[in-house]
Write a protein that binds this ligand. Sequence first.
Ligand SMILES: C[S@@+](CC[C@H](N)C(=O)[O-])C[C@H]1O[C@@H](n2cnc3c(N)ncnc32)[C@H](O)[C@@H]1O
Length: 205
Amino acid sequence: MDLPDYYETVARDVADFAAGAEGIWVDLGCGEGGVGLALARRCQAFVLFVDPDSAALREALESGREAGFARRIGALAGCAEQMPLASESVDLVVSRGSIFFWRDPIQGVREVYRILRPGGRAMIGGGLGSAYPKWARKEFMRRRRESIAREGPQALARFEEKRSPKTFRHIATEAGLPAFHIVGESDAPLDDPRADLGIWLQFSK
Ligand SMILES: C[S@@+](CC[C@H](N)C(=O)[O-])C[C@H]1O[C@@H](n2cnc3c(N)ncnc32)[C@H](O)[C@@H]1O
């Protein structure tokens, strides 16, 4: 059974978080650009895709051009730990499903803070969006956990630890963020409504 698309529901949460701000927005660890493209459909910001995978960046750009966004999308190859952007140069950073793969998430969060303009905002984590249907989230997570459990007994524990509020709090604190919010509890049991939001670190500068 196909599950509904989640990029639109994530983009809705990001747009709410942006609270009307526009400017330059970065989709960090964008992959093929699902979140950034959904944001381009919803908002007027310039969306900059950043990912170490050049082939994925090309796909993101191509899809964006086909959708008619050629004049307000761009792409830069690079990673979170060494962002290819000047300090205080962007208005919003969103990163979905990527921090779990960063070699050094603490350094990555420091870099995100560095590139934000004063007043800029960042939302880093993972999830399917608060309006994603509950039944589909449950099924999505059931499949995800089942496939990870096949990798071995420790894999599921590692997966959950990376997505726990405790780990996110540790990253934010060690990165030296002056203030932040952790939203969601994606390590909660599948039936627990606190898990619906996934897990996000939100902060502003
Ligand atoms: C699971 S994919 C998520 C892609 C996309 N954000 C989405 O929601 O579909 C993880 C992405 O993180 C990228 N990535 C891995 N290490 C990274 C790093 N150190 N900095 C930034 N992105 C990284 C990968 O290349 C990949 O595109």
